[in-house]
Design a protein around this ligand. Structure first.
Ligand code: ATP
Ligand code: MG
Length: 478
């Protein structure tokens, strides 16, 4: 777990010294301040998780400071210290957001107990804790299926990387090979596991919004910024920030991310001070980063920085021996999800699944099994509901690699293009385009790069048109 930072604020030297010693011995990172002015400066620079704050300071009232600090950082845990253990100031401090209250003279053991309890309570209170538990269960069980040598290497690397606490990781591999799953596995096996895992798709967010999303902004940073807003690095606390599709990150942002990786510092939009982050960064891309570096689209220094710890995920076609295990895993999963009772997969179906090349990798396999199970009424999964590409039977295909129809006008005087029909009285080209884009995306299991290539258009053009035809949701995802 990330070491917590504690700021001790008291004007008595002996108290500062003894509290500092005790907390350092217990594994905390501690700094101290002897008055309000110094406390304010250290609050900004040191960014503590907790403050032990004396109520009576020579230049300030601890209660005022409490309000000010909590206003700046709601997550700050404050324990008040006072010479007068008056019940009314205790109640007031708690009302103003202090977590606890200790009266002088105090026993050091009691303070330590109070510090631990306060951290514990805050952690449990965190509304995400419950959801994290649920997610954790989902991902904790051996949900990364694979026993081929390449996947064994991947599992070993996950362990190494999870233990190498603060190193930035790069996960590469084609679309659908399991990069996100691996990122989550690293998080869950690391010391950051009890904190949030937050994913950012760098390709889905326009450059101007990305910085705001990652770093947050101060009030008044731009015209619409009427409130201060936390960024993802702040929300992740000591957890993990997963920067997905890093290859699509604009160059300007790359420089800022490099600074976060190197110094753990960043600045909110419109902010005057650097913020410190305890979050770990995991990155992933399906692009060829060395090639992007050559083309000047990706910073060489950032590449070398993240490339030190790389996990490369194999194509599914390179690990066909894992297919039966994956198929059975997905059958179990969808039995559970859809209340089905499929008991086995017939031998012919399994052999078709083994012989197919899976351009969309594990995602395509998962989608295939899901669809077949939705349509299967019996207890044995047959090949009846597999698409033409897999059965090798073209006319069954609902999608096609070639957008040109293979047959001429059909019985209904329609021109058939996959699921698409050209009605007698015509249709707008926009409808045709929309349908082709949908077909291509399905054909490539949502991989926009491949879908765009297939339609001989750039990825940006594809994205623009997906938006235009309402093929993306608010997150920019399909
Ligand atoms: N080894 C695996 N075991 C079980 N399921 C897997 C495995 N690898 C991938 N999957 C499943 O396949 C799907 C795609 O995985 P994931 O989203 O991690 O791929 P990705 O590499 O991030 O793809 P993209 O580049 O398109 O974002 C998910 O449903 C995931 O659960
Ligand atoms: Mg992904």
């Amino acid at each position: 777990m990330t070491k917590k930072r504690i700021l001790v604020v008291d004007d008595e030297h002996l108290i500062r010294w003894s509290l500092t010693q005790m907390l350092v011995d217990d594994g905390y990172i501690v700094e101290s301040a002897e008055n309000g002015g110094e406390a304010l400066a250290k609050f900004k620079e040191f960014q503590p998780h907790m403050m032990l704050l004396d109520i009576c300071l020579p230049d300030a009232n601890g209660m005022d400071l409490l309000q000010q600090f909590k206003g700046e950082n709601q997550d700050l845990v404050v324990i008040m210290i006072t010479a007068h253990s008056h019940a009314d100031s205790a109640v007031k401090a708690l009302k103003l957001g202090a977590e606890d209250y200790v009266g002088k003279p105090f026993n050091l053991e009691d303070v330590l107990h109070s510090v631990k309890q306060a951290f514990e309570k805050c952690h449990l209170r965190d509304e995400n804790a419950y959801y994290r538990q649920v997610l954790r269960k989902k991902f904790e069980s051996d949900n990364l299926v694979g026993s081929c040598p390449k996947m064994i290497e991947v599992f070993k690397m996950i362990k190494v990387v999870a233990d190498a606490d603060d190193k930035t990781v790069l996960i590469t591999g084609a679309s659908g090979t399991g990069k996100e799953l691996v990122a989550r596995a690293i998080h869950l096996h690391s010391s950051h596991a009890n904190e949030p895992f937050i994913e950012v798709n760098c390709a889905a967010i326009p450059e101007t919004l990305l910085e705001n999303e990652l770093f947050g902004h101060e009030r008044g940073a731009y015209t619409d910024a009427s409130q201060k807003q936390k960024g993802i690095f702040e929300m992740a606390k000591g957890g993990t920030v997963f920067l997905d599709e890093l290859g699509d990150m604009p160059l300007g942002m790359q420089a800022k991310i490099l600074k976060v990786i190197e110094n753990k510092r960043y600045r909110r939009l419109g902010g005057e001070n650097d913020m410190i982050t305890d979050a770990r960064i995991i990155t992933a891309t399906n692009q060829d980063l060395p090639e992007l570096v050559k083309q000047g689209k990706f910073r060489a220094d950032l590449f070398y920085r993240i490339n030190a710890m790389t996990i490369f995920l194999p194509l599914l076609s390179e690990r066909k021996m894992d297919i039966p295990h994956l198929v059975n895993y997905f059958v179990d999963q969808f039995n559970h999800e859809y209340g089905r009772n499929v008991e086995e997969v017939d031998a012919q179906t399994m052999s078709l699944l083994m012989n197919y090349d899976w351009p969309g990798n594990v995602r395509e396999l998962s989608n295939t099994i899901e669809r077949a199970m939705m349509l299967e009424e019996g207890r044995i999964l047959s090949s009846d509901h597999l698409i033409g590409e897999i059965t090798g039977c073209r006319e069954k295909a609902s999608t096609t690699e070639s957008p040109v129809a293979e047959e001429g006008a059909g019985a209904d005087d329609c021109f058939s293009l996959g699921n698409f029909k050209l009605p007698k009285d015509g249709i707008s080209m926009e409808e045709v385009e929309k349908e082709l884009i949908k077909m291509s995306l399905n054909r490539w299991s949502g991989n926009q790069t491949k879908a765009a290539e297939c339609l001989r258009m750039s990825r940006d053009t594809l994205r623009y048109r997906m938006k235009k035809y309402g093929l993306v949701d608010a997150d920019g995802k399909r």
